[in-house]
Design a binder for this molecule. Structure first.
Ligand code: HEM
Length: 479
C-alpha cells in the first residue's frame, strides 16, 4: 500500500471513529436528559426500589426490562421485600406495590382517596386512545352493576343463543372432521402492539358510524323499553339524567371502553381453561361427567343457577385464573389524598399503587405446600377437593375469595357477572358438542407482554363436532 492510500485509509478510519464517538456522546446526553425528566407521578422514596439498576438509569431501560421480564422482576421483588411494600419502577410510572393483606383496609377507605379510572386512563394511554372518556363519567360502570348484572338471569338464554349461533358459524359442523382454530382471535394483540394514533382515530370514526345510528334509532323508537333489549346502550339511554350521560359520542365511547375491557379477557380466560382441560383429560372427564349429571338432574332446563352449581367446572376456572391471571399487577389505583395505613405505610397524593395477582394467591394459605410455596402445577380439582364448603361459599364470579381475578372492593370488575355467565355458557356448549386436541400434541403456551398474560394468539388447536353430543344442551329463550 502506498503512503498516500495508507494516509487516506487512516483518515477515513479516524472519521468513522469520530462519528461513532459523537453518536455515542449524543445518545449518552439524550439518556441523561431522559433520566432527568421529572416523572408525571409522585415518587415514593420510603420503600426499597425494584427494577432500577442505578440511580441515573433512564426509565426507558426499566420499561424494556419490564416488557420482557415482568415475572422474574416480580419474583425477585417478592424475595427481596419478603412480603413488605416496595417501589416498582415500571418504566412508564413508579408503583408502590402493597401486600395483598392491605386490600381489606384499602377497600374500607372513603371513595375519594383511591381512584381507579385515573389509573386506567393513564395505563391505556387515554389521551391517545380516546379512553380518557372514563374520566368524564362512570356511567357505564353504574349501568353494568345496576342494570345489566341484576338482570343476568333473564339475559342468559338470549345471550347463550347468540353465542351458540356464533360458535356454529365459527366451528366445523361436519361430524367427526377435525379442523384447526385459533382459540383466541389474533387481532387484539396486533392492535395492542401497534397503537398508531391515526389508526385509532380511524377505528373511532368507524365505531361512531356503527354505534351512533343505533343510539339515534333507539331514541326515535316509540314505547322504547330497554328491558326488552337488555343491552348497555339501551339502558344508558333510558337512565340518562345529565347532558354528559345523554351525549351520543360519550355513550358510544363508553361502550367501546367496556368492550375493550370485556372481550379479550373473557375469550382469553375461556380459551386458557379449555386448553388446560384438554391437557388434563382426567379433569376434563370429571367436568364432563358433572355436566352430564346436572343435565339429568335439571331435566335439560339450563339456566344460570344450574351453570353456577357446576362446582367442578368452577374449580377448573379458578385454577386457570390462579395460574394464569390476566395481569400480573392488579388493584391499580391513583392515590388522591395522603393516607397512613395501620401497618405504618404512608401513601402520598399522586402515587400509584398496585398488588401482584400472585400475592393475592398467597392469602390462600391452604394452597401452600409444606415449605410455604404456592404450587405452580395445574390441578383443576384443587379448589373442589381442598375445601368444598369454602369453594362453594366463594364463587368464581365473586370478589371475596382468595383470587384477585376481578380485582377487589368497590372498583372491582363490574362485568364479572356477565363474564362468569359467558364463560360458563361457552364451556358447557363446547364440552357438550365438540372434541379438542392439540396440533401435533403440543399444548399452546401462555405469553407475557409487560404484566399481561395471554394464550399465545398464534397457536391453534384442533376441534371436531362430536358424533353424538354429550347431553344435547340447549340454552335458549322459550318462545
Ligand atoms: C374473564 C374476564 C374478565 C376479567 C378477568 C376482568 C378483570 C377485570 C379487572 C381485574 C378489573 C380491574 C378491577 C380493579 O382494579 O379492582 C376490571 C375492570 C373492568 N372490567 Fe373487567 N374483567 C373481565 C370481563 C369483563 C366484562 C365481560 C366486562 C363488561 C361486560 C368488563 C368490564 C370492566 C370495566 C368497565 C372495568 C373498569 C371498571 C372501572 O373503571 O371502575 N370486564 N376487569
Amino acid at each position: 500500500m502506498s503512503y498516500v492510500s495508507w494516509l487516506a485509509a487512516t483518515v477515513t478510519a479516524l472519521n468513522r471513529l469520530h462519528l461513532l464517538v459523537a453518536t455515542l456522546f449524543i445518545l449518552f446526553i439524550v439518556l441523561i436528559l431522559l433520566a432527568l425528566k421529572p416523572p408525571k407521578y409522585v415518587v415514593s422514596e420510603q420503600f426499597p426500589l425494584i427494577n432500577k439498576s442505578f440511580a441515573w438509569e433512564p426509565r426507558l431501560f426499566a420499561r424494556l426490562r419490564w416488557a420482557v421480564f415482568c415475572r422474574e422482576i416480580l419474583q425477585a421483588a417478592y424475595d427481596k421485600a419478603g412480603g413488605k411494600p416496595y417501589r416498582l419502577e415500571r418504566g412508564d410510572a413508579d408503583y408502590v406495590v402493597l401486600p395483598a393483606s392491605t386490600i381489606p383496609e384499602l377497600n374500607r377507605l372513603p371513595p375519594d382517596i383511591l381512584n381507579t379510572r385515573k389509573h386506567h386512563s393513564f395505563s391505556l394511554l387515554g389521551h391517545l386512545t380516546g379512553m380518557d372518556v372514563i374520566l368524564k363519567t362512570s356511567y357505564h360502570v353504574k349501568t353494568l352493576l345496576g342494570r345489566i348484572s341484576p338482570a343476568i338471569n333473564e339475559a342468559t338464554p338470549l345471550m347463550a343463543e347468540r353465542m351458540t349461533a356464533r360458535l356454529n358459524h365459527l366451528f366445523p359442523q361436519e361430524i367427526g372432521v377435525w379442523a384447526s382454530i385459533d382459540p383466541v382471535d389474533a387481532l387484539p394483540i396486533l392492535v395492542w402492539l401497534l397503537p398508531a394514533k391515526w389508526r385509532l382515530l380511524k377505528g373511532w370514526r368507524t365505531w361512531d358510524r356503527i354505534v351512533i345510528p343505533e343510539v339515534r334509532r333507539r331514541l326515535q323508537e316509540k314505547d322504547f323499553d330497554p328491558s326488552k333489549r337488555g343491552d348497555l346502550i339501551s339502558w344508558m339511554l333510558h337512565d340518562a339524567k345529565t347532558p354528559i350521560e345523554r351525549d351520543e359520542h360519550v355513550l358510544c365511547h363508553l361502550c367501546a371502553a367496556v368492550i375493550a375491557g370485556a372481550t379479550y379477557s373473557t375469550a382469553n380466560l375461556a380459551s386458557e381453561a379449555l386448553v388446560e382441560l384438554v391437557a388434563n383429560p382426567d379433569i376434563l372427564d370429571e367436568v364432563r361427567s358433572e355436566i352430564k349429571q346436572k343435565h339429568a338432574e335439571i331435566g335439560g332446563q339450563w339456566d344460570l343457577a344450574a351453570l353456577d352449581s357446576l362446582y367442578k367446572l368452577e374449580s377448573a376456572l379458578k385454577e386457570t385464573s390462579r395460574l394464569s391471571p390476566g395481569a400480573a399487577l392488579v388493584y391499580q389505583r391513583v392515590v388522591q389524598r395522603d393516607v397512613q395505613l395501620s401497618c405504618g405505610v404512608q401513601l402520598k397524593r399522586g402515587q400509584f399503587i398496585a398488588v401482584t395477582s400472585q400475592e393475592g394467591i398467597m392469602a390462600y394459605t391452604a394452597n401452600k405446600d409444606v415449605l410455604g410455596h404456592i404450587p405452580d402445577t395445574y390441578d383443576g380439582m384443587r379448589f373442589y377437593n381442598e375445601d368444598l364448603e369454602r369453594h362453594k361459599a366463594t364463587p368464581f364470579s365473586g370478589i371475596n375469595g382468595p383470587l384477585l381475578t376481578w380485582g377487589s372492593g368497590r372498583w372491582a370488575c363490574p362485568g364479572r357477572i356477565v363474564a362468569n355467565m359467558m364463560i360458563k355458557v361457552l364451556m358447557v356448549e363446547l364440552l357438550d358438542k365438540y372434541e379438542f386436541e392439540f396440533v401435533k400434541g403440543k399444548k399452546p403456551g401462555v405469553i407475557r407482554i409487560h404484566e399481561f398474560l395471554m394464550l399465545n394468539p398464534m397457536a391453534n388447536i384442533r376441534v371436531r363436532r362430536r358424533e353424538k353430543p354429550l347431553c344435547g344442551i340447549v340454552i335458549a329463550p322459550t318462545r
